[in-house]
Write a protein that binds this ligand. Structure first.
Ligand code: NDP
Length: 271
């Protein structure tokens, strides 16, 4: 009776919280599986995945820098993975590689259930147009956001994303200095937080009752979240998104939905 085997593949992967999250999900739902870290060489993603499959591996979480290679490798993609242009979860079925992207769904679920903000009818502002922003657009529109405005340092990338998703809803590209009116939900999907920088926004992006969401998480609030809090705006960091994207992947693999609340609380207590 061999345990089903799962890994998180990345480079580096030593600091990934995914093993802790998925092991907790497995205990909670009484699933017989192992979940470990697997560091692939930077130029060795595909052979590492192939070897894992030959050894009977069932699925993997994919993290930096392999999400694009994972999309290219997958035999079949879910709609949201195709829209995201990147894959963060692989599932092996009869030797075939299925690719999904659960980051955007994780974000939506954390906004709605973690922060308690229903997205239906809301005006959403997305700061950034990188991989994380792209993956979030379709799930945000499908959750019923009334409009999605994208602002990015390199304006052409925001324009490109707005055009790519125009068929799915109201998606607008705006320059930072032309962000008129307040937004109900402002999502920081830039990596500016890593450098302790605030994207070039003013307090006018918020309205009373707005939610400021930073995809980044850590031991202290980001500059963006401190800026929002300083203007009386509710804040949430990306730790919940991390746990929720894992839950989405776990459900995809195991057909059982884990309870994220205790796992989120345990991780929060460690940060
Ligand atoms: P990318 O490198 O793909 O994109 C980075 C984005 O940030 C680009 O839009 C870039 O603009 C912008 N940017 C970088 N520096 C600045 C700055 N100083 N001022 C303004 N804009 C800036 O990164 P990802 O999309 O993969 O990741 C973005 C963030 O999301 C990271 O902090 C990451 O940790 C987080 N994340 C969190 C997850 C979670 O589960 N919580 C999951 C995935 C990501 P430009 O185009 O002009 O270069």
């Amino acid at each position: 009776n061999v345990l089903d085997r799962y890994v998180v593949i990345g480079h580096p992967v030593a600091h990934s919280k995914s093993p802790q999250i998925h092991t907790a999900f497995a205990e909670q739902t009484r699933q017989n599986l192992t979940y470990e870290r697997l560091q692939a060489p930077l130029d060795g993603f595909v052979p590492t995945v192939r070897a894992f499959i030959e050894q009977g591996g069932k699925g993997m979480s994919v993290t930096v820098p392999f999400k694009l290679e994972a999309r290219a490798l997958a035999d079949t993609l879910t709609e949201r993975a195709r829209a995201a242009g990147a894959v963060n979860a692989l599932r092996i079925v009869d030797g075939r590689i299925l690719g999904d992207n659960t980051d955007g769904a994780g974000l939506v679920r954390d906004i709605e259930h973690g922060a308690g903000v229903a997205l239906r009818g809301k005006r959403v502002l997305m700061l950034g147009a990188g991989g994380a922003a792209r993956g979030a657009i379709l799930p945000l529109l499908q959750a019923g956001a009334a409009s999605l405005t994208i602002a990015n340092r390199t304006a052409a990338k925001a324009t490109e994303l707005a055009a790519a998703f125009a068929a799915h809803g109201t998606v607008l590209a705006r320059d930072f200095d032309a962000l008129d009116g307040g937004f109900d939900v402002v999502i920081n999907a830039t990596s500016a937080s890593m450098d302790d920088q605030l994207p070039p926004i003013g307090p006018a992006v918020f309205v009373p009752g707005s939610l400021a969401y930073d995809m980044m998480y850590g031991s202290r609030p980001t500059v963006f979240l401190r800026f929002a809090a300083g203007h009386g705006i509710a804040t949430r960091d990306g730790l919940g998104m991390l746990v929720e994207q894992a839950a989405e992947a776990f459900q995809w693999w195991r057909a059982v939905r884990p309870d994220t609340a205790p796992v989120y609380a345990a991780l929060r207590a460690q940060t």
